[in-house]
Design a protein around this ligand. Structure first.
Ligand SMILES: [Zn+2]
Length: 508
């Protein structure tokens, strides 16, 4: 068994994930666990393998606080994009979207959304899903949030704007059942259908279910730009009303130049909430372009349709022309330079992947309608409009942890193209923290121990005798990750070796 092979890792600086100062040492690993830590502590114990590094840093396997590998991990369990960065665990089920629970009301929609992975959705519950993932023996672990959008749709489908009292009760019952089965808490995605229909009372009701068991709620805010402050305030008020003690803001940002100045107030609101007993935390990827489904740019009534309905309606050429007109009227010509087509299955647009929409023919608005007609669920785009300065300030906050917002992906592009963050977030996050003067031990803590603490992961995030041997060894001077949308599947530099339960899942 590969897990039982004993390994001695020599000549490393240990950053144990707690923030304690780096110390020189060696680590003995066996039976998937850390057997001994200090120099000499392993005594004469003979190891079957010796790994020797010239002063590289050994840390707990990184925990990606924000991922969407719910289906990509079982479909490609080697998880190359993650383990090549040193990630051994991801928090999945984010932005309101989890792969469970499934009922007759949401199954078909999610099958369509995940069709790209050709992985049948054979489960109903979190427990069933987790067992199915485990059968695939993935190279990385996932810890799971239950998504509000999935829960809501499991109770009432995707079209219902207002839940009946019975549907709300059913949603809350399903939600509590996921906690019973080990969900870390709930994620909200209030920008997306059908979560966007939820009034504050519904948000509060779900938070109350989490609060009763002292679990966390994470949120993709209703607005990250023009109504950022109102959206943040909404969540803090709901949390207070619900008695929720742990609120986590996903991919914290100020979107759009007009909103850059709102960061001061947003940070102040978070600090005030923390002083009043709600532990607000956040995650962030170290890039200034976001990525989501292209369909989020649709105006008016179109914005309330789910992707499957959008695709169906756009089969008619007249519908595409009408929508193109509507989109064109709402956008300046320069706008199309700021949106990059990341990935699509639309055959006519394969060579435009990684390029701005302005290069998708003479009429980008019409191109949008054609892309969505061909692949509404799978067409993704990256949006410029974040501030570099604010990114630095957000990363500098002591309660910000690393979160890629990316998927575990194979080295090839068989599931389509990605935002480069899927391959580079962790090395880039550490590099930016180190460059801004944060100590290596603290930078590591913000990708390991602190993340584990925020999400209540008791067995993770620390290098300790007896702990699971999930470890990464990296060279802090070599951390580098390009931001190249034309060839996003480029592994980052810096990680030298990743061990999952004592087994090498990546090495350079
Ligand atoms: Zn999100």
């Amino acid at each position: 068994m590969s897990g039982s092979c004993s390994i001695k890792i020599k000549n490393v600086w240990i950053a144990d994930g707690s923030g304690a100062p780096l110390r020189k040492g060696e680590v003995l690993v066996g039976d998937g666990r850390i057997l001994a830590l200090e120099p000499g502590a392993s005594g004469g114990a003979a190891a079957e393998r010796i790994l020797e590094f010239r002063g590289a840093v050994l840390a707990p396997g990184f925990i990606d606080a924000h991922g969407h590998s719910d289906l990509s991990l079982p479909a490609a369990p080697e998880a190359f994009s993650k383990v090549s960065q040193g990630v051994t665990c991801e928090i999945a089920g984010n932005c309101g979207l989890s792969a469970f629970p499934l009922t007759s009301r949401n199954r078909e929609h999610l099958e369509e959304l995940y069709a790209n992975y050709s992985f049948p959705l054979t489960w109903d519950t979190l427990a069933g899903y987790r067992a199915r993932v485990a059968e695939c023996a993935p190279a990385m672990d996932m810890e799971l949030l239950a998504g509000h959008n999935t829960l809501r749709a499991a109770a009432a489908g995707y079209e219902k704007e207002t839940l009946s009292p019975g549907e709300l009760r059913e949603m809350l019952r399903l939600a509590d059942e996921t906690l019973e089965q080990g969900a870390l808490g709930f994620s909200f995605g209030l920008l997306y259908v059908p979560g966007k229909f939820a009034p504050e009372s519904e948000v509060t009701a779900l938070m109350r279910v989490a609060a009763k068991r002292d679990k966390i709620c994470t949120v993709h805010l209703r607005s990250e730009g023009d109504r950022l402050l109102e959206s943040l305030e909404e969540m803090i008020l709901c949390a207070r009303e619900a008695g929720l003690k742990k609120l986590h803001v996903s991919h914290f940002k100020t979107a759009g130049a007009a909103n850059f100045s709102k960061l001061d107030r947003a940070i102040e609101m978070i600090r005030e909430a923390r002083e009043r007993g709600i532990r607000v935390t956040c995650d962030r990827y170290p890039y200034t372009r976001s990525m989501t489904q292209l369909s989020v740019i649709l105006p008016g009534k179109w914005a309330d349709l789910d992707d499957s309905a959008i695709g169906k309606r756009l089969q008619a050429p007249e519908a595409r022309l009408r929508l193109a007109e509507e989109i064109r009227n709402g956008r300046s010509a320069g706008y199309w330079d700021t949106v990059t087509l990341v990935s699509t299955a639309a055959p006519a647009y394969q060579s435009q992947q990684g390029l701005p929409l302005s290069s998708c023919g003479p009429d980008p608005a019409l191109a949008v309608t054609e892309l969505l007609a061909a692949d509404a669920a799978g067409t993704t785009a990256a949006f410029s409009g974040m501030s570099k300065e604010n990114l630095k300030r957000i990363l500098a906050l002591p309660f910000t942890v690393a979160g890629s917002d990316g998927n575990a992906l194979p080295a090839d592009e068989r599931f389509g193209r990605a935002h480069p963050r899927a391959f580079g977030t962790l090395p880039r996050f550490l590099k930016q923290l180190l460059e801004s003067g944060v100590s290596p031990e603290e930078a590591v803590r913000r990708a390991t121990g602190l993340t584990a603490e925020i999400f209540g992961l008791k067995e993770r995030g620390l290098v300790r005798t007896g702990a699971m041997a999930d470890l990464v060894i990296f060279d802090p001077d070599e951390l580098e990750a390009p931001e190249d949308f034309r060839s996003p599947a480029t592994p980052a530099s810096g990680s030298l070796c990743t061990l999952k339960a004592g087994r090498t899942v990546f090495s350079r």
